[in-house]
Design a binder for this molecule. Sequence first.
Ligand SMILES: C[S@@+](CC[C@H](N)C(=O)[O-])C[C@H]1O[C@@H](n2cnc3c(N)ncnc32)[C@H](O)[C@@H]1O
Length: 353
Amino acid sequence: MGKVCKHAGGDMCERCSWELPRDALLLVARGRTARTAVPVAVVVGTVLSLVNQGTVIVEGTADTGTWARVAVNYAVPFVVASIGFLLARRVRTDAADWPAYLAGYHDERPGITEAVLTRSVAGKHATPYSWLVQPLRDTEGPILDLACGSAPTRPLLAQARWFGVDASAGELALGASVGRGPLVRARADALPMGEDTIATVCSAMSLQVLTPLDAVLGEVQRVLRPGGVFVALVPSRLGIARGLFRWWRVMRVLGIRTQPWPNPQAQDGLAAILRAHGFVIDSDDRRVFRRAVTDRSEGALLVDSLYLPQIRQGRILAARRMLGNWARPGRWLPLPLRRVVAHLPDEVRTQQR
Ligand SMILES: C[S@@+](CC[C@H](N)C(=O)[O-])C[C@H]1O[C@@H](n2cnc3c(N)ncnc32)[C@H](O)[C@@H]1O
């Protein structure tokens, strides 16, 4: 971005830069262009008025039309100078390179998803992970945790033949450091296992970001045995929930309406997608968890846990500050999640071979 901002001390912040036309108008309305545009308007407007309307004004014969023209003489250079100011402060964000962004994000913040979800509850004790593995309690395996991250499902499925696959070395190293395994570093769209080798695939908070989604689901289908089960947990729409306003404020400070995932359709539309891939849906449920936001660091953690590939640092810092200031013991944010349980019918598999 180049320019140094006096508010943030580094890159331009949201108080002096813009991305959407609406933000540019707000900068003008808040007088941010005034320091540059007013001196230009005064000089140019005065010169133009003296040259064009000076005689009429001095003779005392100026009418309403004369004063309207004088006003235009000042307004036009103000607008032109403001546009010049704004053009130099436009921020364009490039389309995110998701694989590269995800790799960097998870290597820098291993375990962040687990840190958010393990302190989220619905009802007395259920966490998102215990809800995810509920249908798998009696499964012997092999269970594959697809995009397992730091492997939070491992201790919950301690008796099963389990293994996790993830692309992030940082996430896998964290899981291994607390004795979780076996773990394999691989991409979800090129799984390093043979056809029909897996009894169950589970996946937490990943399908909305795994690309290309069709190839990933093709791989799940390939490695699952006929009749194999797929259980996936994904974020769900916020809907009308208590705490909605707080999330709305976070998003507003970040300058986004929704999170910019590459597969937004794989949230509340996941069941339809799985059906289109030949799965039979056994259940499709939504549950709103509550994530405690008891202190400043928890507020910052929640902002950091969002994927924000195109958001400027100034906005992220402002959102962390806002949520940190709001945090108190007893406060929480809603975390709506969807769990889809599906299985692969024997006959579809046979037909596809
Ligand atoms: C939101 S995290 C969820 C991690 C874990 N399931 C959990 O709940 O803590 C998404 C995970 O997807 C992994 N990931 C992203 N793209 C991947 C890919 N193409 N193949 C395998 N893993 C990938 C990331 O490294 C990250 O660990």
